[in-house]
Design a protein around this ligand. Sequence first.
Ligand code: ADP
Length: 480
Amino acid sequence: MNIVFIASESVPFVKTGGLADVIGSLPEALQAEGHRVQVFLPKYKSIPSHFQEQMHTVVKDEIKLGWRNQYCGVEALRHAGINYYFIDNLYYFGREGVYGYSDDIDEAERFIFFCKAILEMMPKLIMEPDVIHVHDWQTALIPLLIRNHYGNQPYYEKVKTVFTIHNLKYQGIFSNELVGDIIELPHDWFHAGGIEYYGKVNLLKGGIAYADAITTVSPTYAEEIQTPFFGEGLDGLLRTRKDQLSGIINGLSLLEYDTTTDPYLYKRYYDQEGKAINKKAVQEQLYLPVTDAPMITIISRLVEQKGLDLVIHVLDELLQEDIQFVVLGTGEHKYEHTLNEFAKRYPEKFHLHRTYNEELSRNLYAGSDFLLMPSLFEPCGLSQLIALRYGTIPIVRETGGLNDTILSFNEELNSGNGFTFKNYNAHDLLFTIRRALLFYHDKVKWAQIHTNARSSSVGWAKSATMYDELYQELVGKIKE
Ligand code: ADP
């Protein structure tokens, strides 16, 4: 099948979170299933110059956006067997950063332009796609635009759309002035069954309402978002579309995340001994004492979703143990500030690195003993998968994709690849960390947990087959 991916970020060009990892690795896995996948992205200023230099313009035109006409260039680049098309417009994407740099209408306009430009340009670039697969609110308007504006063009007549929700919390909610002006949607399309949301425009809602199939990134999250607690105000709509909704767990690129080849690591490794060398190097880099104390790490955006309130609640108590605790991440000021206070009070035990740093993140996955993810909710989570692959034992809360990928260690059966707890409760977290620390000091069990973690399947194979089956079902082809 001819499949088009449309997203706002992708490794190796631009990354702010897990979405970029997925867009950077799923197309290759689908190509291995026999499909042809092409990817559209914005041409951000922050894309590394060596990639920008390889791009060449394939078409240019003007895109009508309400009363404005905006320049649109499409630049192409082939990377790792995939064709990428970058939508070029300096006004919208030639700025610093990726998201949210000014008022909300401006942010909306950037991505509405992106969606419209792609639908205008695609017929000039590639053969009719069988499936257009869009991701998160930035591209969620596409299924609606196909229904409303483009569906009667022969090129788009047969196309099926898939919308994947990577995080329901971010919905792209904007003022309703957009509807007539920038989206140019007839007024009768603005209703509660579509993109209308309490008088405003909710772009993500359009994806849920109009895509032929909706997926999210784990089976547990697919269930959770149909309940009020996780539904972010859209659980009702999701329940009405539950027959079109499924959960497919994310995978990792096994080539990208490989401890025997990872170019960022101090020391590439196969086993525990190699890990110890990386741990020492990380301790030295972060000015922590070089000891055998278990190292617990968080690598994450510092936002409520990631369970930081639980961590902060028990951190004093936890830091009485013989441990080292490292946090790599940026985010909300209140978390950065509080964690920074801990770093000042416990300089020998607690380190906060307030940056986004790929190299340090890889070295932390390699050098740490535990990765902590006590998330309030977690659509899939990639960090725990990277941790498994790097032999770092996840301690997680049983929610979303964490629930689907991490099984708590059972000392009777010797099963399980991490440590888990159920309730969003700080003392359950503390208890679970203490339980994990007991096993750290039990050589035999610790080796067993490692074996279980490193043999967990974290690649795309199974999930790529599930996407393949979904696409086949949508376009009405039954696989042999
Ligand atoms: P989310 O997409 O909600 O941010 P995921 O666990 O799905 O969370 O993906 C996060 C990705 O971003 C992982 O690849 C993780 O290693 C990476 N990451 C998060 N924070 C940082 C950071 N400060 N520096 C480097 N990488 C980070």
